[in-house]
Design a protein around this ligand. Structure first.
Ligand code: ADE
Length: 239
């Protein structure tokens, strides 16, 4: 497959999960991408199969052991595989952006490390030159849902995956704008409180240029209102 993902996790049964459904799932079946899940616990050394230990310096929670993570990563080349780009998902990482997604989706092989507990021993991350990525400024209980987010965002960019859907570079996000609002039939809809909602007139006018201008204005307005950070970036880029 053009995009081979290897996933290191303590919860291999979570995968493919949602990635086995819908667009990503169909693409997986077609072989447009592949997913190999490695159970980190399988690389524990001692009889208790422990993968974590208490943090040096004290404090709450547990830290994943460097020797166990290292053994899991090294098992890939040991089986004749390639590690490719090594990504560690953590809220300490660089925020994931569409530009970063494009870059990762263009990599033939990606290895993703999902941490649990308080994190992973820093030394093994440095030793392997792991790239740290966050999917947002909030804390998940583990890297697994973040891995699903990252993989989904990459897979939809693979050639042929989107099919009839939006061309990714037609999306307003590519232009640094949020999407304009969408409407479908019925043109006049009555809600539960008996209120009537009409579709914006311009959308049924048949004037392609007017529709385009209206959508553009709506996208700009919603971006200014909700994401002044994105809007300022656009203004600084000169529209
Ligand atoms: N693990 C826990 N929270 C995360 C986040 N926001 N991004 C990536 N990995 C995480």
């Amino acid at each position: 497959a053009g995009f081979a993902v290897q996933l290191l996790t303590l919860f291999p049964e979570m995968f493919p999960g949602p990635l086995g459904q819908s667009l990503a799932g169909k693409a997986l079946e077609r072989g447009d991408w592949s997913l190999e899940t490695l159970d980190i616990r399988g690389f524990a050394r001692d009889k208790h199969r422990s993968v974590d230990d208490t943090p040096f310096g004290g404090g709450a929670g547990m830290v994943m052991r460097p020797d166990v993570i290292d053994a899991a990563i090294r098992s890939i080349p040991a089986r004749g595989g390639e590690i490719g780009r090594l990504i560690y998902l953590t809220p300490r990482g660089a925020l994931l952006t569409q530009d970063k997604v494009k870059e990762i989706a263009a990599s033939p092989v990606v290895t993703i490390l999902c941490g649990r507990y308080e994190g992973v021993d820093e030394r093994v991350l440095q030793s392997h030159g792991a790239e740290e990525i966050s999917v947002g400024d909030y804390v998940l209980s583990g890297g697994e849902p973040a891995a699903m987010v990252l993989i989904d965002a990459c897979v939809r960019l693979l050639p042929g995956v989107m099919g009839n859907h939006t061309t990714p570079d037609e999306e307003s996000f590519e232009e640094g704008l949020l999407e304009y609002p969408h409407f479908t039939r019925p043109a006049l809809w009555r809600d539960g409180a008996d209120k009537e909602w009409a579709v914006p007139e311009v959308l049924i006018s048949g004037h392609h240029e007017k529709v385009k201008a209206w959508r553009r204005a709506e996208a700009e307005q919603v971006t200014q209102a909700r994401r002044p950070d994105l809007w300022d970036k656009r203004v600084r880029r000169g529209n």
